[in-house]
Write a protein that binds this ligand. Structure first.
Ligand code: IMP
Ligand code: MG
Length: 419
């Protein structure tokens, strides 16, 4: 029987974030009750300001309640009973939180910028709530003490898909500001290359800016790049021409990662490659298969654009095949849709972030923020970073700039308070 449940489940879950959808549902109630769409053509009622102030109060009250439900979940986490929290019953896919979330204050902050409460026809949306969650996360991080490590995804987060971090990129001065304030920086990207030169070609704007900055040498050293999700590590060295140098495995690999055997790696990549080839054939895709040491992927033949549906189908098949295989249970892997390519990498970004934390001497998840664009539960690679640290979900590089500006503004406010 094709029930509505099955259709929703099979077709939608990998494209939905259940926590966001749940909050959206809660906010729909005050929207229905307090927005005044008829005021547009019947001007004698409430003013838009009056309406917005009532709606804002109601929305903010709900966000306060959600904040408390998250705190209750955190209390359960502390004693190992998170499976029994109220939040877990309401949102079964919810993971653990590394910090509380300042949802009430974050809602007011975003409402002052996005005028959510002023809207009469468009209810609080997925994007409104995603941005409120980001603000709530950074508010809690900034209030809770110094942000020790910020890790960034590459494509779509620092620069447009497939592009490079060029010198005029407005993210550069903002990353330098974080470094000047003592935060360590990691770039945790799927892009997997074995040579420093390839990363230095893609990140040269940032590397050059750091090189020519007046920062003391020890601050300059606070930048690492983890490539292929969690397979290669390079650090800023200042040695020309690449400005980067390979970090030996013993300085960054976690003990568990040392146990990943070459035989398992080959077996998993063989299986992934066979699945990708099969889908390429069945879906008549104009694709080339790329096999690397620690990854296998398909990329389009020149100028060709795959449809979103085809890319997702390819990822979901590979993911399922690997999940069900014995080697896929032994070895972490990450299958994802890169926008116009599909890759299966050994390891994932949770290991990438953990490696950065270890490299910098053991930074905690609650003092680390990972910024990325891929947070859907399947076919996305930043999602796994949630296992290692707090996260912010951005939609494009301009939103990363905004997020970093928000951190700077919140830092200012915090410093004024403690002065
Ligand atoms: P990210 O957004 O920085 O994680 O980069 C993802 C993109 O890197 C993918 O969409 C690919 O286009 C590219 N890429 C290059 N080499 C690899 C690899 O070995 N594994 C996965 N992605 C790769
Ligand atoms: Mg990305």
């Amino acid at each position: 029987m094709t029930t509505r449940y099955r259709v929703e489940y099979a077709l939608k879950t990998h494209r939905r974030d259940q926590l966001i959808e749940w909050i959206k549902g809660l906010l729909a109630v005050p929207f229905v009750l307090h927005s005044q769409p008829t005021a547009v053509f019947e001007p004698n009622g409430q003013t838009v300001e009056q309406m917005a102030s009532v709606a804002q109060r109601r929305y903010a009250e709900i966000m306060r309640d959600v904040e408390e439900i998250v705190n209750d979940h955190i209390n359960h986490q502390k004693v190992g009973t998170e499976d029994r929290s109220k939040l877990k019953l309401l949102v079964p896919t919810v993971a653990n939180f590394f910090t509380p979330l300042a949802l009430h204050d974050a809602f007011i902050w975003q409402d002052q910028r996005r005028f959510i409460s002023y809207r009469r026809f468009v209810p609080p949306s997925f994007n409104d709530i995603r941005l409120v969650l980001n603000t709530a996360q950074i508010m809690s991080l900034v209030r809770g003490g110094p942000l020790e490590l910020v890790t960034f995804d590459g494509d779509v987060t620092l620069y447009d898909d497939g592009q490079s971090l060029t010198p005029e990129n407005p993210i550069i001065p903002r990353i330098l500001r974080l470094m000047r304030n003592g935060s360590k920086i990691g770039i945790v990207t799927a892009a997997g290359y074995t040579e420093a030169r390839r990363y230095s070609e893609r990140l040269y704007g940032l590397l050059e800016a750091l090189h020519t900055s007046d920062f003391p040498q020890d601050i300059k050293q606070n930048l690492v790049i983890i490539g292929g999700e969690s397979n290669y590590c390079f650090k800023y060295s200042g040695d020309t021409p690449d400005l980067l140098k390979l970090v030996p495995g013993k300085d960054w690999l976690l003990d568990e990662m040392m146990l990943w055997s070459e035989t398992d790696i080959t077996e998993l990549l063989d299986l992934a490659e066979a699945s990708l080839r099969d889908t390429v054939k069945n879906m008549r895709m104009q694709a080339m298969v790329v096999r690397k040491d620690r990854a296998v992927g398909i990329i389009p033949q020149d100028g060709y654009k795959f449809s979103r549906e085809t890319l997702e189908e390819t990822v979901l098949i590979a993911q399922k095949v690997l999940e069900l295989s014995p080697v896929g249970r032994r070895l972490p892997f990450c299958a994802f849709n890169g926008g116009n390519d599909v890759f299966v990498d050994i390891g994932d970004k949770s290991w990438g972030v953990l490696a950065c934390q270890r490299f910098f001497g053991g930074i905690e998840g609650g003092k680390t923020l990972h910024v990325g664009d891929q947070f859907l539960s399947a076919g996305a690679n930043d999602f796994k970073a949630r296992l290692a640290c707090t996260t912010a979900w951005i939609a494009n590089p301009a939103e990363t700039v905004q997020l970093l500006d928000e951190i700077a503004e919140l830092d200012e406010i915090q410093q004024r308070k403690t002065r």
